[in-house]
Design a protein around this ligand. Structure first.
Ligand SMILES: *Cc1c(COP(=O)(O)O)cnc(C)c1O
Length: 356
């Protein structure tokens, strides 16, 4: 499905932040089997992790590099983001002594995070072309609003990028502009034949910032986050639960303690807000979410919660419980932050299913 959207562009799998919490190695290997053969991470250690685990395909590091770390890019054959004229000069020096270095020149077309100004593209390109040991692998930019309804600013950025491509694009092997949002709703960002890449992150995991856009595109979230009930007890009316006594039982209540907390990536902001799924029913979080546990109100002792016992599975999000979109809404954030927040101490299990 994503390939159909990508049209002429090849997918570049964005596996930063432990593949948005899904597990960088498992996701990268799965994508390799689906014939995605280019990857990107945010930081040098993330790139080294892939290399040390046998991933040999091209890996681009999105971060703006600090000169002392450029040697590591050469040693581990990681793609360097050239984000300023200073970085270009440092890259030229490192490439001469320790190269080759593969560089991706980032043009700032309006996000104003990192990147060279469009007016600098000519000078930076010539500087890099003249320097020995440099391969001009990519010329790229990043959208601020590609996943929003109003296409106005994405078009402004696209225009600015195309002007740069016209001036210096021939020097580069690849061009890349699209993220998931652009891939799904800005066909122009993947329309040029031949050497375009689409930097696809969140959509690979079946999510988007916006639930409607995900649904329109037919995306299916991959992640399910589950824990277990570790204890059940009945408390009397007026008794409170957890730190700060933020929840008080309105009557006799069965209360389940769940073995996950904010240290696992279940945000504390879900206190008294979220619901979980147990045995096909939804139950509300009762009281403050703790570091390693939280409590759930199973209702009056005679309700369906009567059948919940220690050991029962609890769906925090995913099949059998609320969606990552619901949880993101309760936690006042976007699904990106929810899924990449799942801590490394949480074991990951993978199952195969039909790819779409
Ligand atoms: C994270 C990131 C992406 C991927 O964005 P999605 O919205 O997850 O597809 C692409 N490009 C850059 C520069 C990024 O930082």
């Amino acid at each position: 499905m994503l390939r159909r959207h990508a049209g002429q562009a090849a997918l570049l799998g964005v596996v930063k932040a432990n593949a948005y919490g899904h597990g960088a190695l498992a996701v990268t290997r799965t994508l390799q089997n689906l014939n995605v053969r280019r990857f990107a991470v945010a930081t040098v250690p993330e790139g080294i992790y892939l290399r040390e685990n046998g991933i040999e395909d091209p890996v681009l590091v999105f971060a703006s590099p600090l000169p002392p770390f450029l040697a590591a890019y050469a040693r581990y054959d990681l793609g360097v983001t050239v984000s300023s004229r200073d970085v270009a000069e440092a890259v030229a020096v490192t490439a001469r002594h320790e190269g080759p270095l593969r560089v991706h020149v980032k043009v700032d077309t309006g996000m104003h995070r990192i990147g060279i100004a469009p007016e600098e593209a000519e000078a930076v390109t010539r500087l890099l072309e003249r320097a020995p040991g440099i391969e001009l692998t990519g010329l790229w930019t990043h959208f601020a609003t590609a996943d929003e309804d109003d296409p106005f600013f994405a078009k402004v950025q696209m225009d600015r990028f195309e002007a740069v491509v016209k001036a210096v694009g021939d020097a580069y092997r690849h061009l890349h502009v699209a993220n998931s949002g652009a891939l799904l709703q800005l066909p122009r960002s993947v329309a040029q034949p031949g050497r375009l890449l689409a930097r696809t992150g969140i959509a690979l995991y079946g999510l988007m910032a916006d639930e409607r856009l995900a649904a329109t595109a037919g995306l299916q979230p991959l992640m399910r986050f589950a824990s277990r009930v570790t204890q059940v007890k009945t408390i009397q009316a007026g008794e409170s639960i957890s730190y700060g006594r933020r929840w008080t039982a309105p009557g006799p209540r069965r209360i389940a303690t769940v073995g996950a907390g904010y240290a696992d990536g279940y945000p504390r902001l879900l206190t008294n807000r979220a619901e979980v799924g147990i045995q096909g029913h939804r139950y509300p979080v009762a009281g403050t979410v703790c570091m390693d546990m939280f409590m759930v109100d199973l209702g009056p002792p005679e309700g369906p919660g009567y059948y919940v016992e220690a050991g029962e599975e609890v769906t925090l999000w995913g099949e059998g419980g609320p969606s990552a979109f619901d949880v993101a809404r309760w936690a006042e954030t976007i699904p990106y932050e929810i899924c990449c927040g799942v801590a490394t101490r949480v074991p990951r299990f993978y199952r195969t299913r039909d790819s779409g």
